[in-house]
Design a protein around this ligand. Structure first.
Ligand code: TRP
Length: 343
């Protein structure tokens, strides 16, 4: 017998995930399939910090009462989709001062030119020419602070945020170069392009709740009747065959993608199931599947939201835990850049 001993190796530390979502109203089915559902799944493999990015929401003028309500509602919805505030950290960005503290130092290490190149800044300033505020411009710096303050390894974001993640890496790398190793360089965790849910009214556009056509998006809180109506009106084509071909049949392909995301089927299986059936039957089946899948989330949401005290308690604990982690980074950064610390 060999003398070799098998010592159980310690479990490797889990990688850390951070992500945020802005409290700008009820999330859509697209937000759910593209982000929130994955946030819940990622909890099995990572240490997760999930944040309601209320400070980022200020870059667009908001009714204060609506922002406050949306923030609490979004936190309740995150709990309803399965975010576990015991094992992970759920908090509101403005409750953790370290984000804005770090953002200032990072802003002083970010060039005007690189912020000017951000496509979201260019798009948003074109869209709101009356309110091109400095917060809109420095938005990516705050987002970099959100990520770097926790030394997050992975950041799940949509395609539209990949440029912001890149600049966060650039800022981190540059800071490390000047002041010595400080920040972890975060990696993006971007869902495949095909995972994007498109507008039901115009499948060439992403599903968005700011679309003036209310039938083009499904909100997570839409009831079954509304969901059935919206899918019934979804734009398809005149070919009448349920087949996936995003270029030639974007509407049908989008509906198939939504259906497959809930049933776990491949596109081929969906095609086979609806072979010889018309779009009417197909749309009704998609709508039923979506409504049935959302029903338990909606029930949980109503239950949780009815208990404001619970939601606020979760957020208070989350902010304390997040602040402990983030505070360490800010102290380290303040020391490195030469801000006087009293002991
Ligand atoms: N800017 C992100 C969005 O609009 C939200 C966000 C803020 C975020 N801070 C973040 C996402 C940090 C990931 C990491 O979608």
């Amino acid at each position: 017998m060999s003398e070799q001993q098998v010592t159980p190796s310690p479990l490797p530390a889990r990688k850390r995930i951070l992500s945020g979502i802005q409290p700008t109203g009820t999330p859509t089915l697209g937000n759910y399939l593209g982000a929130l559902r994955n946030w819940a799944l990622l909890q099995n493999s990572y240490d997760c910090l999930y944040m309601v990015a209320d400070l980022h929401a200020l870059t667009v003028r908001e009714d204060p009462a609506a922002l406050r309500r949306n923030t609490r509602e979004l936190a309740a919805l995150l709990l309803a989709v399965g975010i576990d505030p015991q094992q992970h950290v759920l908090f509101v960005q403005s409750h953790v001062p370290a984000h804005t503290e770090l953002a200032w130092v990072l802003a002083c290490n970010t060039q005007f030119g690189e912020l000017s190149r951000m496509t979201q800044f260019k798009d948003k300033s074109a869209k709101h020419p009356d309110n091109v505020n400095a917060g809109l411009f420095t938005y990516p710096v705050l987002m970099a602070a959100d990520i770097l303050v926790y030394n997050a390894d992975l950041v799940p974001v949509g395609q539209d945020q990949t440029q912001h993640l890149e600049i966060a890496r650039d800022i981190a790398g540059r800071f490390n170069g000047v002041y010595g190793p400080t920040f972890t360089l975060p990696e993006g965790y971007v869902p495949k392009a095909g995972a994007r849910v498109m507008s039901l009214g115009d499948p060439s556009k992403k599903m968005s709740k700011s679309d003036p056509n209310v039938n083009s998006f499904v909100l997570l809180t839409d009831n079954k009747d509304v969901i059935l109506r919206k899918f019934k009106r979804a734009v398809t084509d005149s070919d009448g065959v349920v087949r996936c071909d995003p270029a030639a049949k974007p509407g049908v392909s989008n509906l198939m993608g939504i259906y497959a995301a809930f049933t776990g089927q491949t596109m081929e299986e969906v095609e086979a199931d609806f072979a010889g059936k018309g779009y009417g039957d197909f749309k009704a089946a998609v709508a039923e599947t979506v409504a049935d899948a959302l029903a338990p989330v909606q029930a949980e949401y109503a239950r949780i939201l009815a208990d404001k005290g619970y939601v606020d308690g979760v957020l208070r604990t989350g902010a304390e835990r997040a602040a402990r982690l983030a505070g360490r980074t800010v102290r380290k950064v303040y020391r490195k850049v030469g801000l006087l610390q009293l002991d």
